[in-house]
Design a protein around this ligand. Structure first.
Ligand SMILES: [Cu+2]
Length: 119
């Protein structure tokens, strides 16, 4: 109990320190997957760190690819998630337009794609 109290105090101190230094909290966005759609909880994010939770609400397995529309941009991949599985990834976003899609065969063509703007 005492150790827990100490941990909580340290966590609170850390949070205060972060606030005092002006460290912005990471932005959060959720992507829900279904047959056959991707729904973004936000259509626009700021450049910087973002926590993106991918939540498969469909009946089939789905994965996710996130890629900025720019020459040589690296794709970020979330491995295949089964029904009701979720995973959060931490990414650093540059300004631009990002395409998101499920890369399983024909899922993108069926509608599992979305666009995210970062600016
Ligand atoms: Cu899919």
């Amino acid at each position: 109990m005492r150790a827990l109290a100490l941990l909580l105090a340290l966590a609170a101190a850390g949070a205060l320190l972060g606030a005092a230094q002006g460290a912005p909290a990471p932005q959060r966005m959720q992507v829900t997957e279904d047959e056959w759609s991707l729904a973004l909880s936000r259509q626009r994010l700021r450049p910087g760190i973002a926590l993106i939770e991918v939540f498969n609400l469909g009946q089939d397995a789905h994965d996710l690819v996130l890629q900025r529309r720019a020459p040589g941009a690296r794709a970020v991949r979330v491995p295949r998630l089964d029904y009701f599985q979720r995973r959060t990834i931490r990414v650093r976003l540059a300004a631009g337009t990002y395409a998101l899609w499920c890369s399983l065969p024909r899922h993108r063509e069926r509608g599992m794609s979305a666009t995210l703007r970062v600016r």
